[in-house]
Design a protein around this ligand. Structure first.
Ligand code: B12
Length: 209
């Protein structure tokens, strides 16, 4: 599938990217596949930033371009009419303001039968605890794009446990630098690489076919 799209995202070629997204949509390529390619392009942006080929201004620009593409695709993600599987409380952990991935997961979970309570970004532990008590979710999602915020996730999950709320929820984590080792370190039930994974893992963990 479209290397053009990956390159356009990585090279911040806005007009090429918009054209290619429309082109893929016209060919009937599923929205989630298009998003996955954009995510690959974003990973390249991240690498270029690390290698000092890109600076903060390019990171900001990449976010703007991604959002433009996501707005084009947004309508295709909306499913509606899915059965109700339960509630998910979702947020980006405190110290971290990245929200593009979180918003995609929120949309995809909503379209797949979950009511999602989105707590936003830079979410403190107390807000997760309050939301779990209030909304009694089956799934809690924590998004984290910064390795420096891993300890925040660990602290948050320990606090959920200390408050006696851990047994009632499955906790999923995700975000660029996370992996299964991170999930083990912070005490989550699963690590999800993509938004679609979050649907599959949630259903699997809750025993929904
Ligand atoms: C865009 C971007 C920004 C934008 C964010 C805009 C926004 N509104 O989100 C801006 C410019 C604001 C930004 C700021 C910073 N950033 Co930044 N950013 C990125 C970049 C390039 C892309 C992130 C992104 O949106 N990817 C696309 C989405 C779709 O992918 P995703 O988030 O991974 O989400 C998918 C999956 O992971 C999963 N998922 C995500 N969350 C969750 C949660 C759950 C529960 C589940 C189930 C699944 C799931 O589903 C999503 C869809 O498939 C990454 C590079 C990268 N490779 O991630 C760096 C990156 C994350 N940023 C980085 C850094 C360092 C920063 C800054 C500290 C820079 C600075 N000097 O100020 C600040 C941090 C500010 C803060 N306190 O948070 C580093 C982090 C390094 C590290 N190891 O910790 C990265 C990795 C770049 C790099 N390689 O150096 N950034």
């Amino acid at each position: 599938m479209s290397q053009t799209l990956i390159n356009a995202m990585a090279d911040l070629e806005e007009s090429v990217l918009v054209k290619e997204v429309k082109n893929l949509q016209a060919q009937g390529v599923p929205a989630l596949e298009i998003i996955q390619k954009l995510q690959e392009g974003m990973n390249i942006v991240g690498k270029r930033y690390e290698e000092k080929e890109y600076y903060l201004s390019e990171l900001i620009m990449s976010a703007e371009i991604f959002k433009e593409a996501a707005a084009l695709i947004g309508g295709d993600l909306a499913g509606g009419g899915a059965p109700s599987h339960g509630t998910m409380v979702m947020g980006t952990i405190y110290g971290d303001i990245h929200d593009i991935g979180k918003n995609i997961v929120t949309t995809v979970m909503s379209c797949n039968g979950f009511k999602v309570v989105d707590l936003g970004v830079d979410v403190p532990t107390a807000k997760y605890l309050e939301a779990i008590k209030e909304h009694k979710p089956q799934v809690v999602g924590i998004s984290c794009l910064l390795t420096t915020a891993f300890d925040g996730m660990k602290e948050c999950i320990s606090a959920i446990e200390a408050a006696g709320l851990r047994d009632g929820v499955k906790i999923l984590i995700g975000g660029g630098p996370c992996d299964q080792t991170t999930a083990n370190y912070v005490g989550a039930d699963a690590y999800c690489k993509t938004a679609q994974d979050s649907v599959e893992y949630s259903k699997k963990l809750l025993g929904i076919s």
